[in-house]
Design a protein around this ligand. Structure first.
Ligand SMILES: [Zn+2]
Length: 450
C-alpha cells in the first residue's frame, strides 16, 4: 500500500466545521496521516503523488442499504406496490443460484465503485442455501470495497417461499460460520437482523435476533415501515401503533441498529429512534419507485436521529448511483415540505458520508477525512460543463455532479479505480458474466408463477 500524497485538491473533509479548502492529503499503510492547506512539503517522500488539480477530494460515499445481486433484476417488475413486488422478489429464491449472487453482486460492486462509493451495506435476505451468502461475500472481497454484510433472517410469512425460511438456530449457525471464516478481514464487518418485520418474522425470532446480535457484538439491519401495508400488518397482527413501536418491545431499536426506509413512522416513533440512538437509511429513489411515500427525514434530522443514505437494490431503484440518490433526497424533501430551504446540501452530503458511517458503526474508520482514519477517498472532477462555474461546492456536489465525474477511488489506502479505470477488476468480463447470469435467471423466473 505504501505512501500516497494527493496534492492540489479542493478538499471537502465533511467534518463538523463545514469547510472546504485547497490542499493535500497524505496516507501511509492505508491510514490518513496528514491533511493540510497549500502544497505538500517537499521533504517528505511519497511513493506516489496524485495531482488532483480541478478535482474535489472527499470521503468515499457510503451506501447504507442495498442488495447488490438485484442489478440482474433491473426494471423487471415495474408498476407494482411493495407487497406484490416483494412476492416476486422473494419468489426468486426458488430459482436463484450462487452464480447469480456472485456475478450479479460483482456487477453491482463495479457500479458502486464507479459512483464513488467506498463502503456498502449489503442487506442479505434470500438464503435458499449458505452459498448464496458466501458468493456475495466473495464478490465483495474481490471488488476491494469496504463492506458490511448484514445477514438477516426470515422465519415466516405467506409470501416467503419455504426454501428461504429458516429456524433461528439454523440461521444463527450459518451466520456463526460466516463470522468465523471472515473475522480477520479488515474491510469486512457483519450485522444480522430480521428482514422485514412483521411480515416475514415471528416475535420469537425478534427476541432471538437481539440476543444473538448482543452475544456476537454485531449490529442489526432491518427493513422498517417501508409502506403503509407493513404498518397495517403490525396493527392487525400485533396491536402495535407502528413497526418501530413494535420492535421496541424486543429491544431491536438500539445504537447498533440501522432501519432502512422508516417511511411510515409517527412522531413518537421518531422519539424512540432518537432515544435509543437507532440510525435510519433513507432510500428516496426506491421509495419513489415503489410509491411508498416520503420518509420524515427533516423531522428525524431535527430530532437528532442519525440518517444515512442508501440506494436499495437495483430492482427498486434501478441503479446503484448514490449521486442520483443525493439529488433525489434533497429535492424530495423540498417538494414534500413546499419549502426550498428545508434541507441543506451539506446535510445531504453528511448523510451520504459520516451519517452512513455512523449508522454502520464505522465512524471511527471512515466517513470524514481526518488524520487517523482509514484512507477511503474519492476524487471528483469539477472541470465539467455541468458543474462549472463553482459557486457553492456542497450544493454542486449534491445537485450537479454525476457518478461519471468520479475519477479515482481509494479504499483503505488502495487505489481501486484510477482515472475511471478499475485496478482490480475487468469490467468487460464482469459485464459478460452478468449478462449470462441474467439470461439464465430470467429464463428460470419465467417458469415461476406468482
Ligand atoms: Zn432493501
Amino acid at each position: 500500500m505504501g505512501n500516497l500524497t494527493i496534492a492540489n485538491a479542493l478538499i471537502i473533509p465533511m467534518t463538523a466545521d463545514r469547510r472546504s479548502f485547497n490542499g493535500y492529503v497524505r496516507t501511509r499503510d492505508g491510514a490518513i496521516t496528514a491533511i493540510a492547506s497549500g502544497a505538500p512539503p517537499q521533504n517528505v517522500e511519497a511513493q506516489e503523488t496524485i495531482d488532483a488539480s480541478g478535482c474535489a477530494l472527499m470521503p468515499g460515499l457510503i451506501n447504507a442499504h442495498t442488495h447488490l445481486y438485484q442489478v440482474l433484476l433491473r426494471a423487471l417488475w415495474e408498476d407494482l406496490e411493495l407487497m406484490p413486488w416483494l412476492k416476486r422478489i422473494y419468489g426468486c429464491a426458488r430459482v436463484l443460484t450462487p452464480e447469480h449472487f456472485y456475478h450479479g453482486s460483482l456487477l453491482g460492486c463495479i457500479e458502486t465503485i464507479r459512483s464513488g462509493v467506498t463502503t456498502v451495506c449489503e442487506h442479505n435476505f434470500l438464503n435458499p442455501g449458505p452459498e448464496c451468502a458466501s458468493e456475495t461475500i466473495r464478490a465483495l472481497q474481490d471488488s476491494g470495497l469496504r463492506a458490511v454484510f448484514a445477514r438477516t433472517v426470515m422465519d415466516s410469512g405467506e409470501i416467503v417461499p419455504d426454501c428461504t425460511k429458516e429456524k433461528p438456530e439454523q440461521a444463527f449457525q450459518r451466520i456463526d460460520a460466516i463470522l468465523a471464516k471472515h473475522k480477520n478481514n479488515p474491510r469486512l464487518s457483519f450485522m444480522t437482523g430480521p428482514n422485514t418485520p412483521p411480515i416475514n418474522t415471528t416475535a420469537d425470532l425478534l427476541k432471538e435476533v437481539r440476543r444473538f446480535a448482543d452475544d456476537k457484538s454485531i449490529g442489526i439491519s432491518a427493513h422498517v415501515a417501508e409502506s403503509k401495508s407493513v404498518v397495517e400488518a403490525v396493527r392487525k397482527e400485533h396491536g402495535a401503533h407502528g413497526v418501530v413501536e413494535f420492535l421496541h418491545r424486543f429491544g431491536i431499536p438500539a445504537k447498533n441498529s440501522i432501519f432502512a426506509h422508516s417511511v411510515h413512522v409517527s412522531e413518537e416513533e421518531i422519539q424512540i429512534l432518537r432515544d435509543t440512538g437507532t440510525s435510519v437509511s433513507h432510500n428516496p429513489v426506491s421509495n419513489m419507485m415503489l410509491g411508498d411515500g416520503v420518509a420524515p427525514v427533516v423531522e428525524m434530522l431535527r430530532q437528532g436521529v442519525n440518517v444515512g443514505l442508501g440506494t436499495d437494490g437495483a430492482a427498486s431503484n434501478h441503479s446503484q448511483d448514490l449521486f442520483d440518490t443525493m439529488k433525489a433526497a434533497s429535492l424530495l424533501q423540498k417538494v414534500h415540505h413546499h419549502e426550498a430551504g428545508v434541507i441543506q446540501p451539506y446535510d445531504v452530503l453528511r448523510m451520504a458520508t459520516i451519517g452512513g458511517a455512523r449508522a454502520l458503526g464505522l465512524d471511527a474508520v471512515c466517513g470524514t477525512i481526518e488524520v487517523g482514519k482509514r484512507a477511503d477517498l474519492i476524487l471528483v472532477n469539477l472541470d465539467t460543463v455541468h458543474i462549472q462555474p463553482v459557486n457553492d461546492i456542497f450544493s454542486q456536489i449534491v445537485h450537479c455532479a454525476k457518478a461519471s465525474d468520479v475519477q479515482t477511488v481509494i479504499v483503505d489506502g488502495e487505489i481501486v479505480m484510477r482515472d475511471r479505470r478499475l485496478t482490480k477488476l475487468d469490467d468487460d468480463k464482469i459485464l459478460a458474466d452478468a449478462k449470462i447470469a441474467n439470461r439464465d435467471l430470467i429464463e428460470r423466473v419465467s417458469r415461476l408463477s406468482f
